[in-house]
Design a binder for this molecule. Sequence first.
Ligand SMILES: [Zn+2]
Length: 379
Amino acid sequence: MTDLLQHFISRRAAMLDLLAAMVERESFTRAKKHVDSLVNFMEALFEAYGAASVRRYTQKDVGDFLLAKWNERASGKPFLFLAHVDTVHPIGSLATMPIKTEDGRFYGPGAFDMKGGAVIALEAIRALHDRDQLPDRPIHFLLTTDEEIGSPRSEALIKELAAPCELVLVMEPATKEGTIKTWRKGGGKYTLTIEGRASHAGIAPQEGINAIIEFAQQALEINRLNDLKYGTSVSITMVEGGSAGNVIPAQVRAHIDARVMTIEAMNRLHDALTSLYPKMPGAKVSCLRGSHRPPMERRPGLFEKAAAIGERHGITIYEGGTGGGSDGNFTAAMGIPTLDGLGAHGDGAHATHEHVIIDSLPRQATLIAAILKEWTASE
Ligand SMILES: [Zn+2]
């Protein structure tokens, strides 16, 4: 067994304790007070793990962000770690999904997505820091708290920090098959608004323009934009419309979830959705894009390089991808080399059986430490 792997196996219990401490501090995205108490805990932790500086970015409606830096005087281009500590589990979820360890798995809300990943990255950095083996590059670690709602507050900061980087390491969980993620679909949320004209359904139905009937026709057209074979999905996910049981409806609003594999497909779909035109005389149709993440297209050579480094330390990795987005989508679309899904193995993200495979903690920490140490040497 290699030296690094042995080190992290000896740290397994400590890593689990840290993960438990993070999971105990529940951190539903919308519960700022709770998230901030986890952020306070992490701020102290970064210092204990040898960070030379920790900057706090105060936020109004989500938890604060932290940027920790190691090795600031080094000369190479920085490595940037991205980890979010917010979860989709409402405060109080611990009562129904308590922390437990069973069959080599650690259960708890947010353990897999992605507190486990934060633990792995921190352990890897600390091990190299303590051994004086950090590479000749600044190591930056951005901890955010709004990823689960699409990173509306952190997107600009993520891009600013990623711009000068050699490599971005996204500590999101692995796929449930245990692969890192070399591609991710991009996604966009659209709001479709149909305007018709209200009128009394009994006295003057002919004077109304029925927004629901207009919507029905638009819905079929939107549905035809699906191209699942090429990874494009367009799903109408929520609809509301009408005002009373005896009124021809004047308005419908619908939410659309769109996913694509490539930037080209994203642009094509965007054009199609934003140029929908009304079918019924007098109706109005508009389709506007809200939050969106560009696709992370597979970058040749990146996985191969990481895999070769892992192999030298007894860690074999596989690659895969997912329809879900992460902050890695932003940095990859900027052209910055981005490895994603480097966090814990397990299953049940956003679900009640969320868990981490405990053995993956030392394993992934070994991989991360090896990548930090050897990325340059393996050019
Ligand atoms: Zn996540």
